[in-house]
Design a protein around this ligand. Structure first.
Ligand code: PLP
Length: 395
């Protein structure tokens, strides 16, 4: 083959979620959009906070073209990194400085860069805890490392520590965690973070290595009922934070986020330089200039999380009343529901007959479950219950 076989494979098969989304559009043209219940995509529906549009208007009036649209330094504008650093220090009582931050094009870029920065050879392994965001596998393999998976704890959707301990070895470079979680909506408790830190410390000492936690946090601020999300760097030194404003500020198309390498991390200066090197090698150049400036102004704000909470409550109450077994999410905007037969793909096919578009969780590493993305119109949830009822009656 004259092109890379693995890249060809990756590019020619559309993701199952995208496929479903396209199918939904096709069905909407046939039966009318009001009769299709599309719970497939995780595209935020809550508008970006007013600060975002205000700042864009202000900046375009105030700044000249070069200041607005020119390249920034590779690691990002100092003003932006300082604003983020100050915000985190005030919020979490941390002591970061702007040089701990590297601005990126969202969490996908942050993760790709972090994996590449840590991977030294093809024996290196990076482990994810199921259920996990399927792109992790793509990014880890693209960085040249092996991808390992800890099977899910389907009772509480925390971490099965027995399994994780068995998997750790001298080639383990990092464990990826994602809380609030896509797809389960679970938030890792402080106890989970403490246990994970203790285990990785013990195993790093045993192997004479440094096993990193890579914490993927695009949903950090999307939590309900006062649940808190522990700031992982306070518990474990060898942590890399991969953050994105895609969800908290509803800006997924603008591609903006950051990587945080704390001073406490092993050889942090070297690690930060490797992050800069990986960003360079992957061709990222710099994060979008306009949105770096927007973040400098709007850091700490979020879209209206209450709208997601309203949807969560409506969906959870409605589905449990119909007899579905649902995991009540504390955060993000996904609900995990047990399929009514062992094969979640078949269950999703039966759901499709009712124009109900659900995503099988097999690719998330959790067979037998489906993900329902509830960043949707409240009315669609209300209308969908008759389809969920009809689906239940098939079993
Ligand atoms: N990580 C998780 C868990 C996600 O759900 C997503 C997007 O849905 C990403 C990373 C990628 O986010 P971004 O748009 O910031 O690249």
């Amino acid at each position: 083959m004259f092109v890379s076989e693995s890249m060809y494979e990756l590019g020619s098969k559309r993701s199952a979620i995208r496929e479903l989304f396209e199918y939904g559009k096709m069905r909407a043209a046939v039966v009318g959009p009001e009769n299709v219940y599309d719970f497939s995509l995780g595209n935020p529906t809550v508008p970006a906070p007013e600060c975002v549009n205000e700042t864009i208007r202000e900046l375009t009036q105030k700044l000249d073209s070069i200041s607005l649209h020119g390249y920034t330094s590779a690691q990002g504008d100092l003003e932006t990194r300082k604003a983020i650093s100050d915000y985190l220090n005030n919020t979490y009582e941390t002591h970061f400085n702007p040089d701990n931050f590297y601005m990126t094009m969202g969490a996908a870029a942050s993760l790709s860069i972090a994996f590449k920065a840590l991977t030294t050879c093809s024996e290196d392994e990076i482990i994810a805890v199921a259920p996990f965001f399927p792109e992790y596998r793509v990014f880890v393999e693209a960085a040249g490392a092996k991808f390992g998976v800890v099977a899910p704890d389907t009772e509480h959707f925390q971490i099965d520590f027995g399994q994780l301990e068995n998997m750790l070895n001298k080639n383990t470079k990092a464990v990826i965690i994602n809380s609030p979680n896509n797809p389960s909506g679970a938030v890792y408790s402080e106890q989970t973070i403490i246990k994970l830190s203790e285990l990785l410390k013990k195993k790093s000492e045993e192997f004479g290595t440094h096993i990193f936690i890579i914490t993927d946090e695009p949903y950090r601020e999307i939590v309900y009922d006062g649940v808190t999300v522990p700031y992982v760097t306070k518990y474990y030194d060898d942590t890399i934070v991969c953050y994105s404003y895609s969800k908290s500020l509803s800006l997924p198309g603008e591609r903006i986020g950051f990587i945080l390498v704390p001073d406490e991390a092993y050889e942090s200066k070297k690690l930060y330089a490797a992050v800069c090197g990986a960003g360079r090698a992957l061709g990222y150049v710099c994060a979008p200039s306009l949105f770096q400036k927007v973040i400098a102004k709007c850091v700490g704000q979020t879209g209206d999380v209450n709208l997601y909470k309203k949807n969560r409550d409506l969906l959870y109450d409605g589905l449990t009343e119909l007899g579905y077994e649902c995991f009540k999410p504390d955060g993000a905007f996904y609900m995990f529901v047990k399929a009514l037969e062992p094969d979640a793909e078949k269950f999703c096919e039966k759901a499709k007959e009712e124009d109900l578009l659900l995503v099988s969780a097999t690719d998330f590493g959790c067979p037998g479950y489906v993900r329902i993305s509830y960043c949707v119109d409240e009315d669609m949830i209300k209308r969908s219950f008759k389809a969920f009822k009809a689906l239940k009656e098939k079993y």
